[in-house]
Design a protein around this ligand. Sequence first.
Ligand code: FES
Ligand code: FES
Length: 152
Amino acid sequence: MTTFTLNGSEVSLDLDPDMPLLWALRDEMKLTGTKFGCGVAQCGACTVMMDGMPRRACVTPMSMVEGAEITTIEGMEGPVVAAVQSAWAAIDVPQCGWCQSGQVMSATALLEMIPNPTDSDIDNAMAGNVCRCATYVRIRQAIHDAAATLEG
Ligand code: FES
Ligand code: FES
């Protein structure tokens, strides 16, 4: 049994301790906003917050989740993610959309740590989030726009 906090509520799941968190989220909890891409921590599609930091759910076994606070895209709230999502929508960042919840998670984590990031801060923070539609230029612009909104 693994007990942890998921999007603000305590949950207990009786799953194989080796099962990746991504499987538990998508197949058991039906939280399909977190996507499967590579399965080997190379693409960032499965990014969730674990204790406030971005984490690849595809390589996080349930045995590591005991007692943790997990937030998926469905549970993200607050001014930073709201600014990110508004900026994303304003300049139409998503194309096919598959990578986008992971992108939003990483962008939000970046802006929570660095409120006014440089291009190089953005490139470093977002390097692990791959987009096969190549929306990188718009992602970078949207992060700058969100930072400007948050600065007021
Ligand atoms: S599916 Fe987890 S990093 Fe690609
Ligand atoms: S929007 Fe299609 S993979 Fe990024």
